[in-house]
Design a protein around this ligand. Structure first.
Ligand SMILES: [Zn+2]
Length: 154
């Protein structure tokens, strides 16, 4: 799993700057404070800690890191949030599960192509065997039935 990507993205993004795009934050000591975007409040209980790279709301109890913030705020699943933040951080994702999905569907497409080819080959074989003109032609060229298969491939 892309643990390295996660750490890389986290190291490249400033949590205060990121959440600051959604919440107006003001500095309070080491932390930043704002109105929680996840519940209705008039007194700010939403804090962001740049030191711990985390956020927490004392009003509704929600909290986490930049990934959980984007997932909750943008209603994204983890994979979408990962792509969203990777783009923002300028990190190119090399996800194994993406590759395996691609190769799986490629293998599937290949397999069905082989199926189609073998079906077509059987169809032409049968036609060849049952067609009088074709058989006469083969006889004229002295081609035996065992060689018919080769003829189809050519
Ligand atoms: Zn809250």
């Amino acid at each position: 799993m892309p643990d390295n990507n996660i750490n890389l993205i986290k190291s490249r993004l400033d949590i205060v700057e990121l959440i600051g795009d959604y919440v107006r934050l003001t500095r309070r000591g080491k932390n930043f404070l704002g109105l929680c975007p996840f519940h209705n409040e008039k007194t700010p209980s939403f804090t962001v800690s740049p030191e711990r790279q985390s956020w927490h709301c004392f009003g509704c109890g929600r909290g986490g890191d930049i990934f959980t913030f984007i997932m909750e705020h943008e209603r994204m699943d983890f994979h979408q949030a990962l792509e969203f933040l990777a783009q923002r951080a300028g990190v190119e994702l090399k996800l194994n599960f993406n590759n395996s999905i691609n190769s799986k569907s490629q293998a599937k497409a290949k397999a069905s192509l082989y199926d189609i080819m073998s079906l077509a080959s059987r169809y032409f074989e049968n036609n060849l065997k049952s067609d009088g003109t074709a058989q006469a032609y083969l006889a004229r060229r002295n081609l035996k039935s065992s060689e018919n298969k080769c003829l189809i491939i050519i």
